[in-house]
Write a protein that binds this ligand. Sequence first.
Ligand code: PLP
Length: 377
Amino acid sequence: MNLNDVTNNPYLLLTPGPLTTTETVKLAMMKDWCTWDDDYNNIVQDIRQKLVRLATNSVDKYSAVLMQGSGSFSVESLIGTTIPKTGKLLVLTNGVYGNRIVKTANILGIDTVVLDSGEVAQPDLDKLSMILDLDKEITHVAVVHCETTTGMLNPIEKVGEIVKKHNRIYIVDAMSSFGGIEMDIDTLGIDYLISSANKCIEGVPGFGFALVNVEEFEKCSANARSLSLDLYDQWKTMEEHNGKWRFTSPTHVVRAFSQALKELEEEGGVSKRAARYRNNQKTLVEGMKKLNFKPLLPEELQSPIITSFYYPEDPSFSFVEFYNKLKAKGFVIYPGKVTNLNTFRIGNIGDVHQKDIESLLAAIEESRYWLKPAFKN
Ligand SMILES: *Cc1c(COP(=O)(O)O)cnc(C)c1O
């Protein structure tokens, strides 16, 4: 087998993860590691320290813990471990991932209330204050940072101010934004943040992680509703045994993630990566508008991570045909997820650069065979 055949991608993934990774991240997976040997555990410890440093300047206040599985496994493990049996969760939702937190909490038997702002609006902050004033039983508030359903960026700073003013625990699903948007979780008042290997850090899928406020997390030893997803036990084991995971860990994925973190540093850190994503997104939207595609969200709600577009008005438009044409030209885009609107999504994260977006736009222009002149204005 030729190495180029192994590492060259047949197409660029313009999806919100798994995403296109660099060849060097993929090559980092070529060695086998022993799951309990120091060589491997030192890599894990290095990753945990780097994650804390990426998240905040208050490095003594927070700790990182890794968990096997996709991002949702980490969300479930965090929700199930940090909320006590007597706790009550308020979830702010405006899309699939907020709703998934609600579903997770319901299955775990956690008392849960929901503030749903619909799929194209941000949470109502006055209502949030009111609910926290009225319902003293609520102990935890959870929100998604970038709601990947639409690409909307939720106001985690303003939500955090209100949650902290009311003295509640603050949980943020920053799955699709951590590493791609600058933040300091201490300044934002975040107690628990969840993300995963295969989004803005640009690793490959296989594990997620949480950043935890140590003082709060220390109180969570008796909460877990699942053995495998006991995040506290996982953390204690990592803390006390130099980065050891309790059960078999995705060693190749972890090694690739370590390489991805190194490449994030080499790129210039989160601010530089954020600038690349913003530039990708701006190039994309400007180009798409020229081709008569309309973004779903107004600019002020839009994240640099992923953008939803309405289908063109031409009734003969077929997303499947559009998708296949672009795939044949080397680009994979994403179907929409908004309930009652016909949309599709294009992501900007991963090893994706301005020239890639420009090539995509050229491919979209070539494929607009269905855009009859009548629909062009
Ligand atoms: C990707 C993502 C998740 C986790 O999804 P998995 O498919 O389990 O990795 C959770 N929340 C958000 C906002 C996401 O973008």
